[in-house]
Design a protein around this ligand. Structure first.
Ligand code: SAM
Length: 297
């Protein structure tokens, strides 16, 4: 099992975590956000946190308490813009993403995903197809879509929420990329239709949530729908010169769960690897955030 974290990222740092919170720097601005997995003690004092923070997300449960942590409000401590750009540069991959303070504590970027972007960039570049076709499902603001596009793929980016697709399009322009195909639709419905149409892909990335809705009111439930989704993906992923990445944040699933369901659907593949994505703070504390499994064949 692999444990992967972003490294040497000028525009992002996990400063400290603990007491059900994390303190992060995104570019020039420092944000304090709830983090239910940070069940240990902070390394810095409360006064240090307040002195560094530009804005903190406060929930109904109260700052620094466990509980329903994703609805609340941002409390500005030091002046900062509502939206601002950050860069991600690594071995030829050069992205610029627009961040923003959302009502659900998110900022439009999951920094722990950086090792997956590196993998996508490297893997797409190594494919034999002159213009590999890559599908990003549950694609949110598009970090993975941009990494595939920057490596030379024809990318189709799909999400059920129009506003996040518009955000991803902005990120494409900021990153000086173009020609990503945007689809606002239910992910499972789309993949099944692609199978019927005979459309095939060299790469599929999927980061499905625990629970969601398609554009036609379809209900997505991770535990009930993931098997059907992977079986549909199997029909549209080319047998050779192809790759797949499954990332999971939800249901407490381990990387072994992700690994097993993918082997169950796609069979044994030599180049399959699985693990956790984490962020490491200044004091060496490691905050595990998601699990992944990925293969190339
Ligand atoms: C966990 S986020 C993905 C995070 C993203 N991969 C990243 O790393 O930045 C899940 C996304 O799935 C979308 N979604 C939820 N249900 C969906 C459905 N049935 N079909 C398509 N997209 C859906 C949401 O709008 C949301 O943008």
């Amino acid at each position: 099992m692999l444990l992967l974290a972003p490294d040497n990222w000028n525009d992002y740092e996990l400063i400290d975590c603990g007491g059900f919170e994390k303190l992060e720097r995104f570019g020039r601005f420092v944000l304090a956000r709830p983090e239910p997995k940070a069940i240990w003690q902070k390394s810095l004092s409360g006064a240090d946190w307040t002195q560094m923070t530009h804005t903190r997300f406060v929930t109904g449960a109260g700052f620094g308490k466990s509980g329903k942590e994703d609805s609340g409000t941002w409390q500005t401590i030091k002046k900062m813009p509502e939206q601002w750009p950050v860069n991600y540069r690594k071995e030829g991959l050069n992205l610029q993403l627009r961040l923003g303070l959302t009502a659900f504590k998110h900022v439009g970027l999951f920094p722990e995903q950086a090792p997956n972007w590196d993998y996508i960039f490297r893997t797409v570049k190594a494919l034999k197809a002159p213009r590999p076709r890559v599908l990003n499902l549950f694609a949110y603001t598009g970090g993975a879509s941009l990494a595939a596009k920057a490596a030379g793929a024809d990318v189709l980016h799909l999400d059920a929420v129009r506003q996040v697709v518009t955000w991803a399009r902005e990120n494409m322009t900021l990153s000086s990329l173009d020609n990503i195909r945007w689809v606002v639709e239910d992910a499972l419905k789309f993949v099944k239709r692609e199978a019927r149409r005979g459309n095939r892909y060299n790469g599929i990335m999927l980061d499905p949530p625990a629970y969601g809705h398609g554009t036609g009111g379809e209900t997505w439930k991770l535990d009930e729908c993931l098997l059907e989704m992977l079986q549909a993906c199997r029909k549209i992923l080319l047998p050779d010169d192809s790759f797949l990445i499954l990332n999971l944040y939800s249901n407490g699933f381990s990387s072994l769960v992700a690994d097993t369901i993918v082997r169950n659907v796609f069979g044994e593949i030599k180049e399959q690897e699985s693990g956790e994505l984490f962020l490491q703070d200044r004091f060496g504390k490691r905050l595990s955030l998601s699990v992944f499994t990925r293969f190339k064949r």
